[in-house]
Ligand binder design. Structure first.
Ligand code: PGA
Length: 258
């Protein structure tokens, strides 16, 4: 379909894993494996704050981009424990995961704070990967579209068309994260297509066609090809499988060939 109109992005979300030596080792292993994706698929590793500088240095000159897993929305000041967008860009970080369901679930993240973080990230030149997705009881109640549509509208509120085009959306059904339960390729496609239609209604079709929409939630070496073959699934946000170089590479290669 219109997949050529947007960038395919495979991003690892390491969560709270890996010390600096371990991060270096994993990235050194991934680097040669994914070198052939250059110019075809954007490869990103989103890593803990403490690993960012090591990750940027280890991947310098390669086609791997580095992302953070969160960012604060204020520029600086009395916000103990927080990290600003400028602090990330200064290190050489290019992406940032925003509103992951674990942050929504355990750390009080709301659509309002997701929206503020997204704006701060874009203003600093970071590419936000904004996570949306329904809970199991919401899917069972048949309100997936309502929930995801509301998240997309609130999370992108106030973004210009240009900013929206630069924003990556990750559709991550919460019931599929870290559970080994993947959405079927058809379920993923249905919601990713719905997200694109929502963006078209907020902006226009050209903006919607330009936005990369990833699927995330137990994507792995076995199920990635089927998911990535869907017309509205432009990539993946990968948790568990991003911690093993070979598994992550299989997913990257599926995107390269898809
Ligand atoms: P998972 O995590 O691949 O381990 O399910 C995905 C995510 O949380 O981004």
């Amino acid at each position: 379909m219109n997949k050529d109109l947007r960038k395919a992005i495979i991003a690892g979300n390491w969560k709270m894993n890996k010390t600096r030596p371990e991060a270096k080792e994993l990235l050194e292993a991934i680097k040669p494996l994914v070198a052939n994706a250059q110019g075809k698929v954007e490869v990103v590793a989103c890593v803990p704050f403490t690993n960012l500088e090591t990750a940027v240095n280890t991947t310098a000159g390669s086609n791997i981009k580095i992302g953070a897993e969160n960012v604060h929305f204020e520029k600086s000041g009395a916000f103990t424990g927080e990290i600003s967008a400028d602090m990330l860009t200064e290190i050489g970080v290019t992406y940032v995961v925003i509103g992951h369901s674990e942050r929504r679930q355990y750390f009080g993240e709301t659509d309002e704070t997701v929206n503020k973080r997204t704006k701060a990230a874009l203003a600093a030149g970071l590419i936000p990967i904004v996570c949306v997705g329904e809970l199991l009881n919401e899917r069972e109640a048949g309100i997936t579209s309502e929930i995801v549509g509301k998240q997309v509208k609130l999370d992108l509120a106030g973004l210009t068309a240009d900013e929206a085009k630069k924003t990556v959306i990750a559709y991550e059904p919460v019931w599929a994260i870290g559970t080994g339960k993947t959405a079927t390729a058809d379920q993923a496609e249905e919601v990713c297509a719905f997200i694109r239609a929502t963006i078209a209604s907020l902006y226009d079709q050209a903006v919607a066609d330009a936005v990369t929409i990833q699927y995330g939630g137990s994507m792995n070496a076995k199920n990635c090809a089927e998911l990535l073959a869907k017309p509205n699934v432009d990539g993946g946000l990968i948790g568990g499988a991003s911690l093993k170089a070979d598994d992550f590479n299989v997913i990257v290669q599926a995107a390269v060939n898809g």
